[in-house]
Design a protein around this ligand. Structure first.
Ligand SMILES: *[C@@H]1O[C@H](CO)[C@@H](O)[C@H](O)[C@H]1NC(C)=O
Ligand SMILES: *[C@@H]1O[C@H](CO)[C@@H](O)[C@H](O)[C@H]1NC(C)=O
Length: 343
């Protein structure tokens, strides 16, 4: 019995080594050491930041006293929360002393149930030329959610304020699901249109955002971007990749890190598999069917479930915080609202 267990363990270990240490067809020398590509601790930390944005009570979020605010994100200094009430979108910006970085987090729409939102993605077509990048096309909805709402200005001004206070520290942008798609557009925008450097992107369970031409531009400007995918999470499989039309289909940008369990019987390990630099590594999440919503709402052990789906209501003690509201009811909560006009 014992012997058999040992054999099993040895087999499992061998299997893990094969799975974890780069990938069969890709020569090992092609990639830098995996810990310079992907930092697992940082990923867990950013997952906690991405999760906090689902807090329904904005006062708790602003004062960083929410249930999800703590653990790896202790001591976070919130600078600004931007709520686009009209489109039911949200973002926040602040300073994390632990990682010495500006943190920017996006949340996508919560207007409908997650099931409806996912069903919609099945039918999405590429429909927008990406400015300044010939051949590149993107998903209009995700693009506009960042570029055509109050979020862009709010986030950029939040970053400027934070850097004014803390110096030119790195900017780490994150988000889950549609929030991850918006985070991607934001990261590219900051690099291409604002000329900022030290922009890092790590998203969780994001959908595809553009075609292959877009993905290759993306890789050029953000060579260290990470897209974490989880097991059979359905969303990274959407909008669908049509193998028959490689030029006309959506195509992920690299680099995916696929979190999944491997093992035999009771010996199960979770591995964070670093995928190739194609964006569509056939040995990563593409190797399984995307059939799980459950796998979409927990990442690295952190819940990404909204406290209140199907609602965009704002819960807030208006009197305690300084805020600005525009004509459409969109809100910017800020520590220093007066700085808005300075820039
Ligand atoms: C990974 O991230 C953690 C937390 O941000 C940091 O303390 C650590 O130095 C990083 N490790 C590497 C190898 O960069
Ligand atoms: C941006 O929003 C305006 C007004 O809501 C709309 O007319 C326009 O088509 C939008 N642009 C894109 C690219 O979605």
């Amino acid at each position: 019995m014992e012997r058999r267990g040992l054999l099993l363990k040895a087999a499992l270990l061998a299997c893990l080594l094969v799975v974890c240490s780069g990938r069969g067809s890709v020569p090992m020398v092609k990639d830098p050491p995996s810990d310079t590509i992907y930092n697992s601790t940082l990923a867990k930390t950013l997952a906690e930041y991405a999760s906090a944005i689902f807090t329904a009570d904005l006062t708790q979020l602003f004062t960083w006293t929410c249930d999800r605010c703590g653990d790896l994100t202790k001591g976070f200094d919130m600078m600004e929360i931007i709520v686009d009430v009209e489109n039911c979108l949200q973002a926040y910006v602040g300073f994390a002393s632990d990682v010495n970085a500006v943190i920017v987090v996006f949340r996508g729409t919560q207007e409908n149930s997650i099931q409806n939102w996912i069903a919609d993605l099945l039918w999405k077509q590429l429909d927008l030329d990406y400015p300044g990048m010939p051949e590149a096309m993107v998903h209009r909805g995700f693009y506009s959610a960042y570029h055509n709402t109050t979020l862009r200005d709010g986030v950029v001004s939040g970053i400027q304020k934070t850097r004014k206070l803390h110096g030119d520290v790195p900017i780490m942008i994150t988000g889950h699901s549609m929030g991850g798609a918006m985070a991607s557009f934001c990261a590219l925008d900051l690099v291409v249109n604002y000329g900022l450097d030290d922009v890092k992107l790590m998203t969780f369970g994001q959908p595809r955002t553009g075609n292959e031409a877009f993905a290759s531009y993306f890789k050029r400007y953000l060579p260290h971007a990470i897209r974490v995918t989880n097991a059979n999470d359905i969303v990274p499989h959407l909008p669908p990749y049509f193998t028959l039309f490689p030029q006309k289909t959506y195509h992920h940008f690299p680099r995916e890190v696929w979190v999944h369990d491997v093992g035999l019987g009771s010996l199960v390990y979770t591995v964070e598999q670093i995928c190739d630099d194609s964006g569509e590594d056939p040995a990563c999440s593409r190797s399984v069917s995307g059939n799980s919503i459950q796998d979409h709402i927990t990442y690295l052990g952190v819940s990404m479930h909204a406290e209140a789906w199907s609602s965009c209501r704002i819960v807030m003690e208006y009197t305690e915080l300084q805020y600005k509201m525009d004509l459409y009811g969109n809100v910017v909560l800020s520590k220093q609202p007066d700085l808005h006009s300075v820039q």
